[in-house]
Design a protein around this ligand. Sequence first.
Ligand SMILES: [Zn+2]
Ligand SMILES: [Zn+2]
Length: 198
Amino acid sequence: MHRLSCKCGTVSGYIRNGSPSNRLRCYCTDCQAFGRFFGPAAGVLDQQGGTEIVQVSQSRLQIDTGLDQLACVRLTAKGLLRWYARCCNTPIGNTLANPRVSIVGLIHTCLDPATIDRDFGAVTAAVNTHTATGSTMPRQHRLLSTIGKFLVMSIADRISGRYRQSPLFSRAGSPVVEPRVLATEEVARLKTRNYDRR
Ligand SMILES: [Zn+2]
Ligand SMILES: [Zn+2]
């Protein structure tokens, strides 16, 4: 299993052993905006605006403490659910709003850097690289294998009924925290490359 924790330790749990999983860096402008939401000190984004993410089935996610500190925002009314720990503003991960596609993209800030290679492999895909920032652009790679494993995980969870075993959604399929949709102006600001939240 892989330990999961927010910075202050209030939200904690683990990811059960299992497979498959995806490890990737996403350079899309939405992930960049969510990264900037926490300010530069949070260290979510790399030099090129990438967010390191591990995608696993939500049924592998166990949250033992601090569930009441979970918060959730969306960049638009129909955007991804973007989860974080409000105790210390640590990004946790992204999910679709549809509970039947039960994958969570966990953000490196709540994972353990010492064991991430061991538990999820050292190979990291790079996606949405055309919107990367910085002087040298990363090259997109392993996109197809990432999509393939995403489909395998979500279909397997759907067939087995495991998609209902998520700490982020109730049995009835609604998110355990009411998502807050960010104001359009705030999202526009967060999408400005040099914007740092103070
Ligand atoms: Zn915390
Ligand atoms: Zn993204």
